[in-house]
Design a protein around this ligand. Sequence first.
Ligand SMILES: Nc1ncnc2c1ncn2[C@@H]1O[C@H](COP(=O)(O)OP(=O)(O)OP(=O)(O)O)[C@@H](O)[C@H]1O
Ligand SMILES: [Mg+2]
Length: 275
Amino acid sequence: MATDPTTPPVVEFRSVTKTYAAGTRRAFTAIKEVSFRVDDIPGHGEFVSILGPSGCGKSTILRLIAGLLPQHPPTSGEVLMRGKPVTHPGPDRGMVFQDYSSFTNRSVLDNVAFGLECDGMPKMERYDLARDWIGRVGLDPVKDLHKYPHELSGGMRQRVAIARTLILKPRIILMDEPFGALDPVTRQQMQDLLVGLWRELEATVFFVTHDVSEAVYLGDRVLILSNSPGTILTEEAVPPPNRPSREMRREPDFVNRVFEISSLLEKLEEAAQHS
Ligand SMILES: Nc1ncnc2c1ncn2[C@@H]1O[C@H](COP(=O)(O)OP(=O)(O)OP(=O)(O)O)[C@@H](O)[C@H]1O
Ligand SMILES: [Mg+2]
């Protein structure tokens, strides 16, 4: 997959450091001199998995790309999107969080249609699109339509959150442990669903997870962060998810890779506990 050398990277971190409460006694450096670039791969987009010990700054990195406070702005260094500094959140970046971030007082239909409503799309049009996306994420576009989040299972709620974000066709999708609270079977279904939708949108995805096999299965590339303050420890290209999760996970190459990365992460966690 060739990248075009004349177009700037989709996202680039240039020696980015984030110190929370900088200049006070509570100053805390979460990430230090983080540099990486993700190029535009026409007709593909890249899937970047991010792994690292707890508290190493994974969410900080994602929120810096999103332009969200208080992570934005970085204390030093540059966060660039297509060659320009990120200045604020925008519809070109969609975020999916771990905690099923839907509005509790809105039905599935109105949750999924929310972004289009904000854009001023007429009701009939946005409801048609929302119904389509509700179906695409595997919810029932008739029965589930008027349910409220409290009437849904965790997996269903996360499907709503994904539909709500992807309906806006963001060029960059930021996912912070989106499947962390799901049971293993639902989780695998959601992974395969995400791969299908990502292929369709050809977007760049940043996917934070604590699950090494999930990172290796989904990613084109895996970034591994060091202990706090986080720096990029290694960056590994991995085979893309071109077969269903259940098949790929049994292959010796996949198993070995997961074992190696897990061992590295265990060492990092141990070192953190003894420091
Ligand atoms: N708003 C904030 N103010 C002060 N410190 C913060 C803030 N947000 C995060 N931190 C600290 O920065 C460090 C990195 O936090 P971050 O949430 O980015 O880690 P993480 O890698 O996502 O962790 P986890 O795997 O547990 O989700 C942590 O030590 C955290 O306590
Ligand atoms: Mg986090």
